[in-house]
Structure formats: structure tokens, C-alpha cells
Design a binder for this molecule. Structure first.
Ligand code: FES
Length: 127
């Protein structure tokens, strides 16, 4: 694979990942690691009135993990929890303008961490 095969959007999200770090006062946190390659991603959300008001992530991983994590931020921010739960790996891959075949599994990190963060939010709300 050479860099010419990657979309401009993907390269941009890799070079300038959006919403990196830990937001103030998160009320949901989710994690996910990929045992196949050891990459790891954490997501922090702040939910107000059923909307993801703010979101951020930390990642240890390959360029695919960084770019897909960043795109997960863009797709989830401002969505209702129900809408955010419907975001798929394919949505992220499409929004990035494609991913090399051997990097498609990277998109699972953000999607699953987001679901886990929402689950964490619901369980904190219940308590
Ligand atoms: Fe496994 Fe990117 S998350 S290679």
C-alpha cells in the first residue's frame, strides 16, 4: 500500500485527529482494544438531554485506528444516543473515503468504544 491509495480525508484525520484528549465532566466512558493487533481506544462523552454534547478520544494504535477514531468523533457529536448507537463501521469507512482492506477492522475500535461509552452513561444514569 502506498500513500497515494489513501483518501485525502483519511490522511487529514490521521494528521489532525479531531477531539483528542479527555473532555471536562464526561458522564460516559468506553474502551475497546483489538487483540489482533494490540491497538486500543478510549471514548469520553458528555450527554445532556439525550444528546452527545461533547466527545473525545485517546488512542494507541495505527493510522487506521487514529483516523477512524477521529471520524467517529465527527459522526457522533451532536447526535442523540439512539442515532449514535446506529453508527456502523461502514459509515466510518465511507465517511473517510475508504480504508485499505487490511485496515477495515480498525473502524471497529471507535464504534465499539462509543457503544460502551453510551452503555456506561445509561448505567450511571440508572444509579
Ligand atoms: Fe488493528 Fe489498526 S486497529 S491495525
Amino acid at each position: 500500500m502506498c500513500i497515494e491509495e489513501l483518501s485525502d480525508t483519511l490522511i487529514d484525520h490521521f494528521n489532525y485527529p479531531r477531539n483528542i484528549g479527555i473532555i471536562d465532566y464526561p458522564n460516559g466512558e468506553g474502551f475497546n482494544g483489538d487483540p489482533k493487533c494490540g491497538d486500543y481506544l478510549e471514548i469520553y462523552i458528555r450527554v445532556e438531554n439525550n444528546l452527545i454534547e461533547d466527545i473525545s478520544f485517546l488512542v494507541f494504535g495505527c493510522f487506521g485506528a487514529i483516523a477512524t477514531g477521529s471520524m467517529t468523533m465527527e459522526l457522533a457529536k451532536g447526535k442523540t444516543l439512539e442515532e449514535a448507537l446506529k453508527i456502523t463501521e461502514e459509515d466510518i469507512i465511507q465517511a473517510l473515503g475508504g480504508l485499505p482492506e487490511d485496515k477495515k477492522h480498525c473502524s471497529n475500535l471507535g464504534v465499539t468504544a462509543l457503544k460502551n461509552a453510551i452503555k456506561d452513561y445509561y448505567s450511571k444514569e440508572k444509579n
